[in-house]
Design a protein around this ligand. Structure first.
Ligand code: HEC
Ligand code: HEC
Length: 312
């Protein structure tokens, strides 16, 4: 009787352990059989981090869009191939998947087309597409995944689809501001909430940086002075319209804290310097948007506003 009881107790202990092992085991099995969609993201991720995507094997997409800096870079102009510098400040691309068009001019309609730009730009990855495709086709893993997922050899179609699929997958990331907007008040501290109220109600920054992604996707002039050494007329370069003079796409502010410096030319090193720019109503430049007006804040209001912006 006693013996029997011990055996029974023994089984009670062993069974859950076995279950635990088999549960993790089946968890692993699941991981080994990802869905087609997950594999497409995985292929895109490998490509995004692969330096072989540049002509010299030095630069990957992630060399400029660094995960630890909100998929932006913490330098004014990122380093491309052969010691060249990108001509604009690298923007955060975490929420690019939520945008209707791309680049600071907002003139590129899809992420797939956007991917062609850095791959072929002589300051960024410096490729000729034909050479790049031949090089990537020699990678057996890429070839296998391309055939399995897209039923074709790796070509420009597969390359641009894969990269954009990965970039889109980033925008499913959780963010405390999105959680706040979805109704979780505690996602922001009291001070940050006061700062958001100043940003929204008092200063109407939300007329351009509209929730939830803190952009209305317009391409406008926010009153930055034109640099003498390196003048950049934004969308005007593409359209020649005076109403596009020095107009740039309103960026999402999610990922802001880690993605300094700021603006298309990285002219502001800190969030405080950005706020100072808006506080004086920007510079007097042609085509400045009428919503950019000087304002005054008390020291406490400014500190609250900065606390909110630093939470992004
Ligand atoms: C040398 C640095 C550099 C590399 C390498 C690079 N980028 Fe970029 N990326 C930039 C810069 C700078 C911009 C802004 C360009 C502009 O608007 O003129 C940008 C813009 C973007 C945008 C548009 C963001 C927006 O809000 O409009 C996406 C998406 C993007 N890059 C993805 C990629 C992908 C994918 C790769 C790899 C194939 C890549 N980038 C490689 C620097 C880089
Ligand atoms: C009229 C539209 C408009 C209004 C209003 C506006 N912004 Fe902007 N904001 C922009 C544009 C356009 C840019 C990008 C300019 C560039 O890159 O050259 C920008 C850029 C920024 C950036 C830098 C983002 C980055 O990643 O480089 C911050 C921070 C910012 N704005 C905060 C604010 C705050 C705070 C307010 C309110 C005081 C405000 N903005 C009001 C249009 C606006």
């Amino acid at each position: 009787m006693n013996k029997h009881r011990y055996r029974w107790i023994g089984r009670m202990v062993v069974l859950p352990i076995l279950c635990l092992i088999s549960c993790t085991h089946s968890g692993e099995l699941k991981k080994k059989e990802p869905s087609v969609d997950e594999l497409k993201i995985e292929l895109g991720k490998r490509l995004f981090f692969d330096k072989n995507l540049s002509a010299t094997g030095e630069i990957s997409c992630a060399s400029c869009h660094k995960p630890e800096h909100g998929f932006a870079d913490n330098t004014k102009f990122s380093l491309g191939v052969n010691g060249h510098l990108a001509q604009r400040n690298t923007p955060s691309i975490i929420y690019a998947g939520k945008q209707p068009y791309f680049m600071y001019e907002g003139l590129i309609p899809t992420l797939e087309m956007q991917a062609l730009v850095p791959l072929q730009d002589s300051n960024e990855m410096g490729n000729r597409m034909e050479d790049l495709i031949l090089r990537l086709q020699r990678d057996s893993l890429y070839e296998r995944l391309s055939n399995q997922l897209y039923k074709r050899k790796l070509d420009a179609y597969v390359l641009t689809r894969s990269l954009s699929t990965y970039v889109r997958s980033l925008s499913t990331k959780k963010h405390r501001f999105l959680s706040y907007m979805a109704g979780n008040k505690k996602a922001l501290t009291k001070k940050q909430r006061r700062g958001y109220s100043i940003f929204d109600k008092k200063l109407k920054c939300t007329s351009c940086h509209t929730p939830p992604y803190l952009t209305n996707h317009q391409v406008v002039n926010n009153g930055l002075s034109i640099s003498k050494q390196n003048p950049d007329y934004g969308r005007y370069h593409g359209t020649g319209k005076p109403t596009d003079f020095a107009a740039f796409k309103v960026p999402s502010l999610l990922g802001l804290l880690k993605s300094n410096p700021y603006m298309h030319d990285g002219r502001f090193r800190t969030i405080r310097a950005v706020v100072n720019h808006y506080e004086k109503g920007g510079s007097s430049v042609p085509n400045k948007d009428p919503r950019i007006q000087p304002f005054k804040l008390t020291a406490k209001e400014k500190s609250d506003l900065l606390a909110f912006l630093r939470a992004l």
